[in-house]
Design a binder for this molecule. Structure first.
Ligand code: NAD
Ligand code: UDP
Length: 339
């Protein structure tokens, strides 16, 4: 079976490429390298002892994408490509809608033209309405996201549902990720953000390695056990395995399926910092600052549906996430380098 991964050179895509290659799939990565390095894929090839096809191109180039689908006799697409920085999305909303929504429209057109009708999409827990009622099941209401990034994810979900209603032979999985973190346990591939990280784990890792002086903890007055924000951190390898299970489950089963991919447990910012310090043996200096606008107090998944339908659940712990994140960071203090 041949899988095309848009954005497959990025953080989650590269780990998923590895899992797919190990499971015997043929992998075609289609990425414009706007937020990734070719080196991630060289390492995936080295780790798996297998080769993949890499195409450096943009998903908004519909003709190029259609040609890639046809030339490589692609069976299914996993769609990771997109811009993902929440703060940046409020400054550049058009770029986010163009890349994420426009890019997905282009992908769907190319898939239609090539006769490929199986799609797994990277959505996010950010589509859920703010709620005090945790954990979140897939039946929880979606909301009005507080930033263009979140809105683009929810819009894409709507587009995919409308597409499947109009063309009922499509099989579409919408995967709502909670907080992906960690790295492959070799320490060879991991998250390599451009510039100063926005997300907690890469920030903590860069403080621990000495690239950044101190973590700012955004708020300690939330109605949570220690006052800091609570999130559901999911190991990127568990997440990658979830894509394999979802793609298998929807193959030849037309419909739209929505699954939460989360661990089902909430951890506070300070829990995460302590776990990181414990497994790395490094101190992570921090100071409490004001809340970050748009942040929720708490957010964690009810992952029961994925367990029932896909026989999938997270196997790796918070300590595993921290140990693997630290192995990646300490072995690659400057990430991949951009080449
Ligand atoms: P990432 O930035 O590492 O990967 C995205 C990849 O897409 C990059 O390799 C980038 O070069 C590529 N890309 C971007 N625009 C493109 C375009 N127009 N054409 C071709 N390639 C393009 O991000 P990630 O963390 O691996 O996230 C993957 C997906 O999962 C994204 O859609 C993201 O929104 C979603 N997601 C991520 C998180 C998270 O916390 N990491 C959480 C929820 C959802
Ligand atoms: N956070 C923090 N300092 C940082 C980055 C994040 O205190 O430098 C907190 C943030 O307020 C939230 C949690 O860590 O409670 C996870 O944030 P992240 O940006 O990683 O993911 P989000 O859940 O916002 O998508």
């Amino acid at each position: 079976m041949v899988m095309l991964l848009t954005g497959g050179a990025g953080y989650i895509g590269s780990h998923t490429a590895l899992v797919l290659l190990e499971a015997g799939y043929e992998v075609v990565v289609y990425d414009n390298l706007s937020n990734a390095s070719r080196e991630s894929l060289r390492r995936v090839e080295r780790l798996t002892g297998r080769t993949l096809t890499f195409i450096e191109a943009d998903i908004r180039d519909t003709a190029r994408l259609q040609k890639a689908l046809t030339d490589h006799a692609v069976d299914a697409v996993i769609h990771f490509a997109g811009l993902k920085a929440v703060g940046e999305s409020t400054e550049k909303p058009l770029a986010y809608y163009e890349n994420n929504v426009g890019g997905t429209l282009s992908l769907c057109e190319a898939m239609t033209a090539a006769g490929v009708h199986t799609l797994v999409f990277s959505s996010s827990a950010t589509v859920y309405a703010a709620s005090d009622d945790m954990p979140l099941a897939e039946t929880a209401p979606t909301g009005r996201p507080t930033n263009p990034y979140g809105s683009s994810k929810l819009m894409i979900e709507w587009i995919l549902r409308d597409l499947q209603a109009a063309q009922p032979d499509w099989s579409i999985a919408i995967l709502r990720y909670f907080n992906p973190a960690g790295a492959h346990d070799s320490g060879e591939i991991g998250e390599d953000p451009n510039g100063i990280p926005n997300n907690l784990l890469p920030y903590v890792s860069q403080v621990a390695i000495g690239r950044l002086p101190q973590l700012s903890v955004y708020g300690s007055d939330y109605p949570t056990p220690d006052g800091t924000g609570v999130r559901d951190y999911i190991h990127v390898m568990d997440l990658a395995e979830g894509h394999l299970k979802a793609a298998d489950a929807i193959w030849g089963q037309p419909g739209v399926y929505t699954w939460n991919l989360g661990a089902g447990t909430g951890h506070s910012v300070l829990d995460a910092v302590r776990a990181f310090e414990r497994v790395s043996g490094r101190e992570v200096p921090y100071r409490i600052v004001d809340r970050r606008p748009g942040d929720l107090a708490q957010c964690w998944a009810n992952p029961q549906k994925a367990e029932t339908d896909l026989n999938w659940r997270c196997r790796r712990s918070l300590d595993d996430i921290m140990a693997d994140a630290w192995r990646w960071q300490s072995q690659n203090p400057e990430g991949y380098g951009r080449d």
